[in-house]
Design a protein around this ligand. Structure first.
Ligand SMILES: Nc1ncnc2c1ncn2[C@@H]1O[C@H](COP(=O)(O)OP(=O)(O)OP(=O)(O)O)[C@@H](O)[C@H]1O
Length: 926
C-alpha cells in the first residue's frame, strides 16, 4: 500500500508501459518525478517541488477540465500517456489507471484528418509471404482490412493511410527497413504490443467478438494475415480502456481490383497529398481542396489517393461534377448549408464510446436537420436530375428525421457542457423529471419568498435569505432587529452587523431541495445516457448521413475547382488510349503562365521518348499526363481543353530519389529497385512515367539499362510509357521498336550555337531533340560567369572537333565525316568502334541487345552530348578514361590497328612486337 501521493504515483506508473502517467489529485491531474520534468519541458508547464517522506519530487499539474488539450499535445509528440482517475471509496478515495491514450486511440481529436492506427503482420516472414494490414480510425469508427502481396504493396498502403501509430506484428518487428521508413517518411509512432495479440486464434476471437461471425462471413474475410492484424489492433484499442473500442463500428475488407495501383513512391512523386520537400502546400490535394467540412476534406483525400477503375462510379461522379459546375448559384447555396455541418462520423464514434456530451448530441441534431435543407436546395433545380440528388437521398431520411426530432424534444436548448450539472434535458421529455423540476422550483420559490414573508409576518426589517457551503440556507437579520426575532429562530452565527438563524421549516426545505437536486441530476444523467445510447445505436445512420454530406462536399469542391480553373470533363476510353488536347499541370498552372500541350498515346504509339534541354519542361509534361489520368479516375474534371482517358489499372513513376538517401540506400540502388518494381508490376493497362532512368551510374551502364528497360516495357509489359531522357542515343529506339515515338520539348536557341541564348518555349513537338543546353541552365542557376564562359568554350571545341559525339539516331543517320549526327558504337561482335554510317542499322538495338545478352557491359559507346558534362546530367568519368572525349589521332590509330589484329592468325612473337610498338606510340603521345 502506497504511503504518500508520490509513492502512489510511482506504484501506478510501474503498472503501465505508457511513457507518462497523469494522476488525478482532486481538481488537478498531476505528473510527478521524471514525468513532471518531461511534461514541464514539452508543454511548458511550471514544475514545482513536492516533498514526500523526506524527499523532494518535481511536480507539474493541469486542471481536470484542461487535460484533453495537454493529452493531445503529448500524444501528438508520439508519447503514450496513462491516465489514473480518482474515485470515492468508503474510507476516502483511491485511484486507478482508467485508460492509456496513444496517437492512434485518442478520441478527442479536433483535426480534420483521419487518425489511423495500423497493425501489420506478415505470415511466417518468409519471402513471398503476404502481409495483413488493419487500419482503425477510432474517431470515425472505420476499420479497414486488406492483404498486401509484398513489402512494397504494404508500404504503399501504409503511405496512403498515413497512420499516426503503427503496431508491427512479430515478424515485422525485425524489418528495420520498413520500420525506419515508416518513422522517417510518415513520422508515425511505432508501438509494440504483446505479440500474443497477433496470434491467429486469439485474433480471430477478438474480431468475432467485436463484429460477430456473420459479419466475418459476409465481408468474405477468410485469410489469416488481415485477421491477425485486425485482432491485434482491436486488442490494442481495448487495452487503452475507456470504451474507445466501442467506437469501432464499421468493418470493411478491401482488395485491389477496383482501384488504381499507386505505390508509395508514385504517391510521393506525384505530390498527391504532400510535396516531395514535405508540407501540404503545393500538393495536388491542397490545390483542389475547396471543401467546407472536415469529413469532406477527408473523403477528397481518400478519393485522391485511391482512384477508381469502375467506369460506372466514375461516370456518376463526372455527371455530378458537371451538374454542379454548371450551377454556380445552387452550388454556393449547398456549400453554405454544408458549412453548418458537424462531423457526424466523429460524433457517432463519441456517442458509441459514451464520451459524447449534450452539446455533441445537439450537433448531431443540427446536422441531421441539414438534410431537408439540402434536399430543398436541390429540388426544382437542374441538380435534381443529376446524381447529386441521389447522394443526398441515400441515407434513410425518415429514421434520420425521427432521431432528429427525438433529440430536439429531449435536449435543453442551451445545455451546460458537463453532464453532472443538470439542465441538460428539456421539459416535457420525461414526466418524472418534470415533476422533480416542478417540486424543486416550488421549493426554491418558497425560499425566494421567505424573506418577504418573515418581514411581513414578524414585522422584521433587514431580513435576507441565502445559502453557503458551511451554513446551508439561513435567515440573516440585521443586528439592530436581531432581538425581535420569533422564538422558533435558532441562531447559528453572529457576524459584525448581523446574525444568522435557521428554522425547522427552513432546514426541512433545504433537505428537500438537496434531495430533489440529487434526484434530478441522477435522473438527467440516466435519461441522457439513454439518449446517447440511442444515438450510439444509430451510428450506422449517422455514418450514412455523414458520408452523404462528405460526398456532396467533395463533389462541390471538385466542381468549384473545375469551374474556377476552366477544367473539362474527361471522356473515359478503353485502356491503352490517352489523348489530351491542350493539357496543363494542375498545380503548376496555378502559379505560372502555363503553356498547354497535347499528348497522344494509343495502340500504335504506346511509348514516348521525351527529350529536351534541361529545365525545358519534360518532367512537368509527364507528370501532367499522370495527374490528368489520375484526376479522371478520381471522378474529377481535368486541366485540358479535351481529354480521352483510357482507364488505367496502375500508375507507376520513377522520378529521382532524393529523400531515400536518408535511409542509407544509394541513389542508384533505389533507382534500380523502383525500376525493378515497375517492370514486375506494370501491365498493358498501366501508365508508366520514367524520368531519366539510368542516370545514377556510369553513362554506358545507364544507357544500356535504359535501353533494355525500354525494350522490355515495349515488348513484354506493353504499358503506356513516357520516358524522359538526356541519353539521345535512346531516341534511336523509335526506328527499331514500332510503337516507340520521339517527342521533344522545344526551345528557341537564337543563332543555334550559343547555349546561353536559349528561350524555353515549353512546347512539345514530335521528333527528338539533339542538345541539352546544360550550359544555359548552369548560367541560369547562377554558376559563376568564368565557369560558364569556360564551359561554353570547351563545348564549342568539342563540337568543332566532333570528338566521339553522339547524336540521336534517326536524324539523318550519319556519315562519319558529316556534321552533327555521328554515333560511335563499340561493337562487341566486331570488336571495333563503328559509326552509325559504318555499322548501318547494326549499331541500333541489336548491338545493345547483343551486348546485354553476352553478359558483358553494354558498350554502346558514345560519350553522349558533350554538353551534358557541364549541364549536370552526366555522371562524369566512368573509369574508361573517356572524360576527355577529344581523342588523340595517334591513340585512335592504335585502337584501329588493335581492332584489326587477328589474334588467332598472328604469331605470338609478332603480336608481342606489335604490342610493344603500340605501347611506345601511346607513351610518346602523352
Ligand atoms: N508547359 C509549361 N508552361 C510553363 N512553364 C512550364 C511548363 N512546363 C514546365 N514549366 C516550368 O519549367 C520548369 C522546368 O520544368 P521541368 O522540371 O519539367 O523541366 P525538365 O525538362 O524536366 O528539367 P530537367 O531535365 O533539368 O530535369 C519548371 O519550373 C516548370 O514550372
Amino acid at each position: 500500500m502506497a504511503t504518500g501521493i508520490v509513492e502512489e504515483f510511482l506504484e501506478l506508473k510501474s503498472e503501465t508501459d505508457a511513457d507518462l502517467l497523469a494522476m488525478q489529485c482532486g481538481d488537478f491531474y498531476e505528473f510527478f518525478a521524471e514525468d513532471a520534468e518531461i511534461v514541464g519541458e514539452e508543454l511548458d508547464l511550471t514544475v514545482s517541488q513536492k516533498s514526500s517522506h523526506g524527499s523532494s519530487y518535481p511536480m507539474a499539474g493541469v486542471p481536470i477540465d484542461d487535460l484533453t488539450p495537454y493529452l493531445k499535445a503529448l500524444v501528438e509528440r508520439g508519447r503514450r500517456v496513462a491516465v489514473a482517475d480518482q474515485y470515492e471509496t468508503e474510507d476516502g478515495h483511491a485511484r486507478e489507471i482508467t485508460r492509456v491514450v496513444t496517437p492512434g486511440t485518442l478520441l478527442e481529436t479536433t483535426d480534420a484528418e483521419a487518425q489511423y492506427l495500423a497493425a501489420i503482420v506478415r505470415e511466417e516472414g518468409a519471402d513471398g509471404d503476404p502481409y495483413g494490414l488493419a487500419f482503425a480510425d477510432v474517431t470515425t469508427g472505420r476499420f479497414l482490412l486488406t492483404t498486401a502481396a509484398d513489402a512494397a504493396a504494404a508500404r504503399a498502403e501504409l503511405y496512403r493511410f498515413d497512420p499516426v501509430e503503427v503496431l508491427p506484428g512479430p515478424n515485422v518487428r525485425t524489418d528495420d527497413e520498413l520500420l525506419d521508413g515508416l518513422r522517417e517518411n510518415l513520422q508515425t509512432t511505432v508501438s509494440l504490443p504483446e505479440t500474443a495479440s497477433f496470434e491467429p486464434g486469439r485474433a480471430r476471437r477478438a474480431v468475432r467478438e467485436r463484429f460477430g461471425t456473420e459479419t466475418l462471413d459476409s465481408v468474405g474475410l477468410d485469410s489469416e494475415p488481415p485477421i491477425r492484424a485486425a485482432g491485434a489492433a482491436l486488442a490494442y484499442v481495448e487495452g487503452t480502456g475507456a470504451g474507445v473500442l466501442a467506437s469501432i463500428t464499421r468493418l470493411t475488407v478491401y482488395g485491389s481490383t477496383d482501384r488504381v495501383e499507386l505505390d508509395a513512391t508514385t504517391q510521393r512523386n506525384l505530390e498527391l497529398t504532400e510535396t516531395i520537400r514535405g508540407g501540404e502546400d503545393g500538393s495536388l490535394l491542397a490545390t483542389i481542396d475547396h471543401t467546407v467540412t472536415n469529413a469532406g476534406s477527408r473523403l477528397l483525400r481518400e478519393w485522391l489517393t485511391r482512384p477508381r477503375r469502375d467506369r460506372e462510379v466514375l461516370e456518376r461522379r463526372h455527371d455530378a461534377v458537371e451538374a454542379l459546375a454548371a450551377a454556380p448559384i445552387e452550388r454556393d447555396h449547398l456549400r453554405e448549408i454544408l458549412t453548418d455541418a458537424y462531423d457526424l462520423e466523429r460524433l457517432a464514434a463519441r456517442a458509441t464510446s459514451g464520451s459524447a456530451g449534450a452539446r455533441q448530441l445537439l450537433s448531431v441534431r443540427d446536422t441531421l436537420g441539414l438534410i431537408p435543407h439540402l434536399s430543398e436546395a436541390i429540388a426544382g433545380t437542374p441538380l435534381a436530375d443529376s446524381p447529386v440528388a441521389a447522394v443526398v437521398d441515400a441515407p434513410d431520411r425518415e429514421t434520420a428525421a425521427e432521431l432528429r426530432s427525438e433529440l430536439d424534444e429531449a435536449l435543453a436548448e442551451d445545455p451546460p457542457s458537463s453532464v453532472s450539472s443538470g439542465g441538460i434535458i428539456a421539459r416535457g421529455h420525461d414526466a418524472e423529471l418534470d415533476e422533480l423540476i416542478d417540486r424543486h422550483e416550488e421549493a426554491k420559490r418558497w425560499i425566494d419568498t421567505l424573506a418577504e414573508r418573515e418581514k411581513r409576518d414578524h414585522g422584521l426589517s433587514h431580513v435576507t435569505v441565502d445559502r453557503n457551503k458551511t451554513d446551508g440556507y439561513y435567515v440573516q437579520v440585521g443586528k439592530s432587529v436581531a432581538d425581535q426575532v420569533p422564538e422558533h429562530y435558532r441562531e447559528i452565527k453572529t457576524l459584525k452587523n448581523s446574525k444568522r438563524f435557521v428554522t425547522d421549516e427552513l432546514a426541512e426545505r433545504e433537505r428537500e431541495i438537496l434531495r430533489l437536486e440529487e434526484a434530478r441530476s441522477d435522473l438527467e444523467r440516466e435519461l441522457f445516457g439513454e439518449l446517447r445510447d440511442r444515438v450510439g445505436d444509430a451510428a450506422a445512420l449517422l455514418q450514412d448521413v455523414g458520408r452523404a454530406i462528405a460526398e456532396l462536399d467533395a463533389l462541390c469542391s471538385l466542381a468549384e475547382h473545375a469551374a474556377g480553373n476552366d477544367w473539362t470533363r474527361p471522356s473515359l476510353a478503353e485502356p491503352g488510349e490517352l489523348a489530351i488536347e491542350a493539357g496543363r499541370h494542375p498545380v503548376v498552372e496555378r502559379t505560372t503562365d502555363f503553356v498547354p500541350n497535347d499528348l497522344r498515346l494509343d495502340e500504335d504509339r504506346g511509348f514516348l521518348i521525351v527529350t529536351g534541354p534541361n529545365m525545358s519542361g519534360k518532367s512537368t509534361y509527364m507528370r501532367q499526363a499522370a495527374l490528368i489520368t489520375l484526376l479522371a479516375q478520381v471522378g474529377s474534371f481535368v486541366p485540358a481543353r479535351a481529354a480521352r482517358i483510357g482507364l488505367v489499372d496502375g500508375i507507376y513513376t520513377r522520378v529521382g530519389a532524393l529523400d531515400e538517401l536518408a535511409q542509407g540506400r544509394s541513389t542508384f540502388m533505389v533507382e534500380m529497385q523502383e525500376l525493378s518494381k515497375i517492370l514486375h508490376s506494370a501491365s498493358e493497362e498501366s501508365l508508366v512515367i520514367l524520368d531519366e532512368v539510368g542516370r545514377g551510374t556510369a553513362t554506358y551502364d545507364g544507357i544500356s539499362i535504359a535501353w533494355a528497360a525500354t525494350e522490355y516495357l515495349h515488348n513484354e509489359v506493353r504499358a503506356r510509357t513516357l520516358f524522359a531522357t538526356h541519353y539521345h542515343e535512346l531516341t534511336a529506339l523509335a526506328d527499331h521498336l514500332p510503337r516507340v515515338e520521339n517527342v521533344h520539348v522545344a526551345v528557341d536557341d537564337g543563332d543555334g550555337d550559343d547555349d546561353r541564348g536559349v528561350t524555353f518555349l515549353r512546347t512539345v513537338r514530335e521528333g527528338p531533340t539533339d542538345r541539352s543546353y546544360g550550359v544555359h541552365v548552369a548560367d541560369l542557376a547562377g554558376v559563376p560567369d568564368p565557369v560558364v564562359d569556360r564551359a561554353g568554350t570547351v563545348l564549342d571545341r568539342l563540337r568543332q572537333e566532333k570528338a566521339i559525339e553522339a547524336r540521336g539516331g534517326n536524324a539523318g543517320l550519319a556519315d562519319a565525316s558529316g556534321d552533327e549526327t555521328t554515333q560511335v558504337v563499340f561493337d562487341l561482335s566486331s570488336g571495333s568502334f563503328e559509326s552509325d554510317a559504318a555499322s548501318g542499322s547494326g549499331s541500333g538495338p541489336e548491338t545493345m541487345r547483343e551486348a546485354t545478352e553476352t553478359g558483358g557491359p553494354a558498350e554502346a559507346l558514345t560519350d553522349g552530348d558533350p554538353s551534358r558534362g557541364v549541364g549536370g546530367s552526366d555522371e562524369g568519368a566512368d573509369g574508361s578514361g573517356r572524360t576527355d572525349p577529344a581523342v588523340d589521332p595517334e591513340v585512335e590509330s592504335v585502337l584501329e590497328e588493335l581492332a584489326d589484329v587477328d589474334v588467332e592468325e598472328t604469331p605470338p612473337l609478332e603480336l608481342s612486337g606489335r604490342i610493344q610498338e603500340w605501347q611506345r606510340r601511346l607513351t610518346d603521345g602523352e
